[in-house]
Design a binder for this molecule. Sequence first.
Ligand code: IFM
Length: 453
Amino acid sequence: MNNSPISSSSLPEDFLYGVATAAYQIEGAADVDGRGPSVWDDFSHTPGKVVNNDNGDVACDHYNRWESDLDLIKQLNVDAYRFSFSWSRILPQGVGRINEKGIEFYDRLLDGCLARELKPFATLFHWDLPSALQQHGGWTDRNTASAFADYAEIIATRFGDRLASLTTFNEPWCSSILGYLEGIHAPGHKDLDQAIKAIHYQHLGHGLAIERVKALKPNLPLGIVLNLQSVYPGTESEQDQQAAIRHEEFNNGAFLDPLFKGEYPSAFVKALGEKLPTQWQNDLKQIHQPLDFWGLNYYTPARVINNTNTNAAFPQSAAAPKDPNCAVTDIGWEINASTFQDLMIKVYERYTLPPCYITENGACFNDEPINGEINDDRRVQYLNDHIQAVANACNAGIPVKGYFAWSLMDNFEWAEGYTMRFGLVHVDYQTHIRTIKKSGHWFAALAQENSQS
Ligand code: IFM
């Protein structure tokens, strides 16, 4: 990659800059004002599931500090704020009675965004499924898909006129694969049959919700956010190359194909089709909805080899051994911005897609304050190189409309608890004092340059 400093002039004129968060990761106030529990409350309160047994009970205390947090976002000179609604704050049981106190919180937040001329980019589901729905099987139950559409309708009715955009799911790969197959995210199950059903019913929930919201708010831009993998074979061997193709069909294709082509990849169907709900074919039309945009979240490439264990399920791939010389972030993820550029170009070659926002990109570096300053130069370099990759993709004709840094501030990093920091703003978890890091000042300067051009 070209490591020279990126300038806003390398990006399209109307390019949008933003910062992103998610409800469970920052809000706290888990038991306040009538919020119902979610699967992440249950999971994080189960000993041994999260590093240090951390949980989101208090998180960044954003529920109480939302106003100064919006001021902070404004200080970063960005155009937009991406956040998620907490389903169980709005509907404590997932369905039925609306919690007006929860509605009031998001009323305040949205009015606060608009008063500061920040465009609200909202997400309906960033993994915190109401526990009451998990008791009926969560995403393995078809009824959860219709409950999701009902919830979407409430959000559209109450908030739709104030939103700049609405996405259905954030990274449905994580809430199905990490949650129901690998067991490292809530609800913590390890069951391939459940994971395949969860993939399908999330897609169905998406399709039902898009149709419902479109009918109510035809001018509200609608989309979905995917964490696609940029996949490379670990070696040149034929077996590893085939494994990379299968890995991609499972991890990207099983999401992109139904959403954007109205079908599942044929190899996926051949290997795992019997695990899809009966008559899954009848849902494909509903799932395949026209979208105004989609969001791409990207952090690191996937390097895979053939899994020689003959009992391994499709896609029979495994992580390639790590190259000890390769640069990684503090969470151990390879840093390689050109793989981001490759992915943006490849996905538009393969699919007919609407315009894209980079809805998350960023890096975990656990720098702490020294004399009150956080000099996270490694994050500055990472962001610089990845935004340069976006500029290169735009120059190659890829319609990327904006870039959201993950994250506004350090927060509850799921199974890693509070040990992994992705923020542009440092959070002291004892005092909740926020301090803008060097990367935050750097990003603010880039965004400012854009608004002046
Ligand atoms: O913190 C997460 C976020 O919730 C979803 N995308 C990846 C981030 C970093 O792991």
